[in-house]
Design a protein around this ligand. Structure first.
Ligand code: 2NM
Length: 248
């Protein structure tokens, strides 16, 4: 009777799963549904319909895993799913996020793995403006990083959006004062975004004279690494209990 009980080991969610679920919950409150899409894609969906014609530098052979079936590849981003979701729902307005694994044929380093999570978002409807993009993404940042966090948008370039931008948040490690995590800039680069390119809207089945939309892409593992100061992305898939047990 007086022997101590045997502790029952409890499972836990993987750090990446926990964070993905936080992201789903935030976007659910903003009216976004989760749309799941295939990891194996055609060249057409992964590149051409996203305004990356043959010979575009972004589709260089070295970045893509090809299969033995001609034209069948592993998706390099979750964006092909955006074409699928638009084609399934056009001309209805949509608000979706697309989470999942992406694959790139690159050198593995502490900062980039050949497979990684991405969460992309897409809103298409009538009268959607850049203000909607900025409002939605700064609300996301405040829920994710703290109610008082400041955000800023910097111009960038992606083939599938015009205009395009990157969003920074005030460094949540030093509060913007400058530290090694933000490389003394006070800001952390969190996601890429933009207004959906008219050609991409057409490819999705929407008339760009009537419809507009915004899209964004986040690397959740990058956010987690900044938050927990994890110095190597390879920990995510090694399933070393010493790593996994540190989180919840
Ligand atoms: C990003 C950044 C900016 C994006 C755009 C689209 C589509 F299909 F709607 F055009 N999907 N994803 C997008 C835009 C992705 O990732 C950094």
């Amino acid at each position: 009777m007086t022997l101590p009980g045997r502790p029952a080991p409890t499972g836990r969610l993987h750090l990446a799963t926990q964070t993905l679920r936080d992201i789903y919950a935030i976007f659910a409150d903003l009216g976004f549904q989760v749309f799941r899409s295939r990891e194996v894609e055609t060249d057409e969906y992964n590149f051409e319909l996203l305004n990356m014609p043959p010979h575009h530098p972004a589709r260089d052979m070295v970045d893509t895993f090809y299969t033995t079936t001609p034209n069948v590849i592993l998706r390099t981003h979750t964006s092909p799913g955006q074409i699928h979701v638009m084609r399934e729902h056009a001309p209805e307005p949509i608000r979706v996020i697309l989470p999942g694994m992406c694959y790139r044929y690159e050198q593995i380093t502490s900062r980039s793995d050949i497979q990684f999570y991405q969460v992309e978002g897409l809103a298409v409807g009538r009268h959607i403006t850049l203000s909607d993009l900025k409002g939605t993404l700064s609300s996301f940042a405040r829920r994710m990083f703290g109610q008082n966090v400041r955000t800023r948008f910097r111009a960038d370039h992606f083939p599938f959006t015009e205009p395009s931008a990157e969003m920074d948040v005030e460094c949540f490690v030093c509060g913007g004062k400058g530290c090694p995590v933000c490389k003394h800039t006070g800001w952390l680069e969190i996601l890429g975004c933009g207004m959906v390119h008219p050609k991409v809207l057409i490819n999705g089945g929407y008339d760009p004279r009537e419809f507009s939309g915004f899209a964004f892409g986040v690397g959740p593992q990058r956010i987690i690494m900044l938050k927990h100061r994890i110095e190597d992305i390879r920990y995510f898939l090694q399933n070393d209990m010493r790593f996994l047990e540190q989180f919840q």
